[in-house]
Design a binder for this molecule. Sequence first.
Ligand code: ADP
Ligand code: MG
Length: 273
Amino acid sequence: MSVTPVTTPAVTATNVVLSGRGLHKSFGGNRAVNGADLDVSEGTITALIGPNGAGKSTVVNLISGLLPPDAGEVRLAGEDVSGWPSHRIAQRGLIRTFQLSRELQGLTVLENLLVTPIAQKGEALVNIFLRPRAVRREERANVERAVEILRDYGLYHVRDNWARALSGGQKRLLELARAVMAQPRILLLDEPMAGVNPALVDQIGDHILKLRTDGITVLMIEHNLGVVERICDHVIVMAEGRTLATGRMSDLRDNPEVVHAYLGGVLDARLDS
Ligand code: ADP
Ligand code: MG
């Protein structure tokens, strides 16, 4: 597949589960996102790449409902969710990871998973009064599930430690583990490997590949293009608030025009290193 401009989004993506059209967001006079279009196919790992300040994080914030768009549309599984608050979007199965807040750092590792709201469930508070036994059963099931995830993420031995006492790398794993606990249909990751050592980069990459195997669709912002090439099916390139190109990493890398026009050499510099 060749690189296709997406100014008019005749994107070749099929089975689209998440899309943005004509997204705009300004901060004061700064047009952070200025007409971004994107499609994410279900069951894929899609990378969002581009130079610093391109608007990638803002797009993710618009999609996840952290910020309302000034204009444009976000569709999730066919439903227009534009401007919905993040908790409502999360109930539809779209989860965005966050760095551990102060509050979460003051909980244990296991508690961090147990306080994660499960996506797509729509917490029926009335159950706590009407069906206490069912709720207790569910709590037990949640603990079992949390323990299983912590084992999977190599965090079981620190399950009773304060989250704040974890190493930087363990905190990144915990952020991912919390997201998995939420049972998302779609997971948005903003630089999940930023600042971690190379061994952990590979480990986190493997976890993300496993998410895809488990049927979770992933949209991730990633600077490390070696990682993008290894684990991502599809790449969306952003610059100056717009989505400029989509394709496979190999197509983008092999196309010098794209490299220079869209990324100003960022691609060769990164891939050579
Ligand atoms: P990227 O993630 O691609 O590096 P961002 O989406 O973080 O880009 O930022 C795009 C532009 O919007 C930048 O100029 C940035 O300074 C600005 N920006 C992002 N978030 C805010 C904010 N909350 N308030 C003001 N300006 C912001
Ligand atoms: Mg960013």
